[in-house]
Design a protein around this ligand. Structure first.
Ligand code: FES
Ligand SMILES: [Fe+2]
Length: 358
């Protein structure tokens, strides 16, 4: 009998992820964290505790640790435009510097009395954080519909899964699982041989498109969004799935992204956008997506280890995830070699071969 070998992780080094913008909470989650509407709210990003708060009218992200005796600032209180640590009352400004120490207000504030401040933006009603902006080579991910007139959006509450953010990404873009995980919900189970699209790298996005069989809609629930699927996926975790629905040619976009809480947990976000119509209530779409997620979650959380392994057996029909894994691994390795290598790995266009006639 063979001796059992240790599994090799796809990503040996995850530090490249610090250079990307990641979502950490919805705007609504921050507003509901405290009656003030300004937080503070504790989140975790890439294993690091971060506190989100609205100080001086701006949403900020600070390391969630007071410089004094290391209490969590997320247990604190917003006072005027400062975040007060609730252990001994030190107050922090929006740049992470201490601006008041109640025990000795006349004394100069020690130079080291500060906590790290990260870049933070609010976009698409989500709060985004970039832990390391020193290479300044990434943007908040692409979302085709957000500013488009005539579209109606649903920003769904976030949901946590006990798996790596990479597995959540792969699940959403997996073209082979529909017939087995979502029979009668999203797909006709008789279509169990997936399409194999051309997959391109363009400007930091993985792009591909498929056309599910139009006749499937007769066997699916009325609310199942089915049409031509065009994917633009900003690395590493965002997916802009734009559909033109077979039933009426209207636009429908499922936009999803994940926060890599740590290597084995993710917090996920979804925005559903569709052409605004009368008699098309939000709850119909929210409930349908909830059903789809309830079909996916147990399978995805059963994958172990939660981190993707190089030892998984891949097929040609797994092309999308194969390409995704290849690119992620290249980015991870390039990230250890410095900014130039990383930017080259992220921005170089790679166009897939098309079948003749396509
Ligand atoms: S630990 Fe924060 S003020 Fe002392
Ligand atoms: Fe699924």
């Amino acid at each position: 009998m063979d001796t059992k070998q240790a599994l090799r992780p796809l990503l040996e080094d995850r530090s490249f992820l610090r250079h990307f913008w990641h979502p950490v909470c919805t705007r609504a989650e921050l507003e509901c964290a405290n009656p003030s509407g300004k937080g503070p709210l504790a989140v975790k990003l890439l294993g690091e505790p971060v506190v989100i708060a609205k100080l001086g009218g701006k949403v900020v992200a600070l390391e969630d640790r007071c410089a004094h005796r290391f209490a969590a600032l997320s247990k604190g209180t917003i006072i005027d435009d400062s975040l007060r640590c609730n252990y001994h009352g030190w107050r922090y400004d929006s740049t992470g510097k201490v601006n008041h120490i109640p025990a000795c207000p006349e004394q100069p504030i020690p130079r080291k009395a500060c906590t790290a401040a990260y870049e933070c933006e609010v976009k698409y009603d989500l709060v985004w954080v970039r832990l390391d902006g020193s290479w300044n080579c990434t943007e908040i991910p692409y979302f085709s519909e957000w500013d488009k007139p005539g579209m109606r959006h649903i920003v769904a509450p976030s949901y946590g899964w006990n798996t790596a953010a990479e597995r959540r990404w792969e699940n959403f873009t997996d073209l082979s699982h529909f017939a087995f995980v979502h029979p009668g919900t999203l797909y006709d189970p008789t279509y169990d041989r997936p399409p194999i699209p051309a997959v391109d790298r363009v400007d930091g996005e993985l792009r591909f498109a498929i056309e599910p069989p139009p006749e499937m809609i007769e066997k699916l629930p009325e609310n199942a969004p089915m049409g031509t699927f065009t994917y633009r996926c900003t690395m590493p975790y965002s997916i802009n799935l734009k559909m033109q629905l077979y039933k009426d040619d209207s636009d429908f976009t499922l936009w999803t992204t994940s926060c890599p809480v740590d290597a084995t947990h993710c917090k996920n976000f979804m925005i559903i956008s569709r052409a605004a119509k009368d008699d098309d209530p939000d709850h119909v779409h929210t409930a349908f997506q909830k059903l789809v997620l309830s079909e996916d979650q147990p399978i995805i959380e059963s994958q172990f280890p939660a981190e993707i392994s190089l030892d998984e057996v891949s097929l040609g029909t797994d092309k999308v995830s194969n390409q995704y894994r290849k690119w992620l691994r290249e980015l991870s390795i390039a990230g250890t070699k410095g900014q130039d290598e990383f930017v080259k790995a992220l921005r170089t266009t790679v166009t897939d071969e098309r079948p003749i006639g396509a």
